[in-house]
Ligand binder design. Sequence first.
Ligand code: ZN
Length: 340
Amino acid sequence: MAKGDGGSKKKSQSKASKKSKKDRRGDGPVVGVDVGGTKVLARLIDPETGEADGWAKASTPKTGLDDLFNTVEEVIDELLDGRSSMKDVSAVGIGVPGPVDGDGLVFKCPNINGWDQPIQLAEVMGDRLGVDVVVSNDVNCGAVAEHRVGAGKGADSLLAVFVGTGVGGGLVLDGKLVVGARGMVGEIGHMTVEPGGRPCGCGGTGHLECYAGRAGIDREVRRRTEAGASPFLLDLVGSSPIKSRHIQAGVEAEDPLTVELVDEAVHALAQAIGNAASLLDIPVVVLGGGIVDRLGQKFLDDITGSPRFGGFGPDITRLVLAERLDDAGAIGAALLAGED
Ligand SMILES: [Zn+2]
């Protein structure tokens, strides 16, 4: 998954006006919006306690960016309806599924129709909403949510790993989101786990997400079924993509191909997570995403028990299930905006 800066902000405002705005609005609630490929979800949080209040959502329009930005505004209006007015809101955080630079410039979002060119989103939405807007990558937002108010609450440092179509990650070290010089910190999905192994969408080979991500598993199921492996999964989905629920069904039915591929995912995750945790001295790794949600604690126990767990092994690192499921992106975006 593409990564970006963890907390970039509209820069066009002068320092003085920003300060006066903060003085005026400093105590107000913060809105967090998660702009995803299928839905736009907004939540309102108290920046002091991190407590969330209310939510609103809409389908992501397929008809261009103007309609998308209108939808973001409408979802925020619906969220605030009867609770607060926009003038009380101290900041808005927006998480997007693409790389973001240090000035709130979103390069592209491949999962959103029409977003194939750079957009200065912090500025565009700041002008539309009349409030400070902070834009972050959605995976980093999820990591921040888990660290501040989720499964990693209380930990100094954590690595969050989200296993979905691909595998994304976000890193909090000593309480701070780390994004790196090029916004690529946390890209655990592209760590090599099998030299010369399965081809990756990034152009490399043998990367973690080819083994643990749904797209990689899907490709491998089709290849192995064609070569004579169990047709259980393809009988379920035909030419449609394999979803996490199908993988769960295959595990429950003890389908040999599913069990083999989930085993390979477990070992790949164990190798990458163990190595990353040892390099960075990470006490807690939070795992989330569709496959993890479906396979649950047993999946984590299998990873911890894998002989391929890298580095110093699982003794120095606890694996926990993510707690903020659907709203992690919105909550994390709001928390980052509130802290900025
Ligand atoms: Zn890759």
